[in-house]
Design a protein around this ligand. Sequence first.
Ligand code: HEC
Ligand code: HEC
Length: 153
Amino acid sequence: MLVNVLDDIHGQNSAVVGTSFRFYENALLPYQSDEFVAGIGSNAEQTLAVGSPSVANSVLCHPSISNWSKASGKPFAQKGERCKRLSASLTLYLVELLNRAYAGEQLSALPESKPSLEAQNCQSCHGVSETMATASSVKTDMECTVCHSGHFN
Ligand code: HEC
Ligand code: HEC
């Protein structure tokens, strides 16, 4: 929503959204460097409450939190500081992306602005405006095989 409220910066808004989704799926988050922790006005004691950073493997909140729980051994109810830092990490990354787009970088040319090749292959038949034969139409910027096994293997 935030990105689309802005003007389409050099035609790169879709790539900004796609790249931030890939980052949320694949990066070890939240950021934990001393510089970041100081930058958000937090401290090392609060870092203990975060436990271990984790990879979400998804753009959805539920796998993100549950994979963090697995990595850090903490229950959902203690997610507070971790989720605040996750939001701050994403905000920082998003601002960096917007600045790169504003500076004229073609983010849409980067592989990380698109779903994996495997998901793009699914989309080639399960398209948004056209589909192959009886395939249902799908519109989602998520990794398909996190939830589906696919069907030609
Ligand atoms: C070559 C085209 C093609 C590709 C590539 C493809 N699909 Fe499909 N998919 C279809 C068709 C056609 C159907 C409908 C089958 C039917 O009607 O029985 C379908 C059906 C499905 C279904 C419905 C349940 C089922 O198994 O029939 C799911 C879920 C699905 N595809 C997911 C995926 C995922 C995930 C990928 C990528 C890993 C993928 N598809 C790649 C053509 C494709
Ligand atoms: C977060 C999990 C998740 C992701 C990621 C996801 N799906 Fe699904 N998808 C589902 C669920 C749940 C259903 C509903 C299944 C049902 O009702 O049986 C569904 C339904 C479908 C169907 C219709 C099923 C049918 O029986 O015809 C297709 C086709 C499909 N997804 C393809 C895709 C493709 C292609 C992608 C990637 C671009 C994708 N999905 C990503 C969870 C997901």
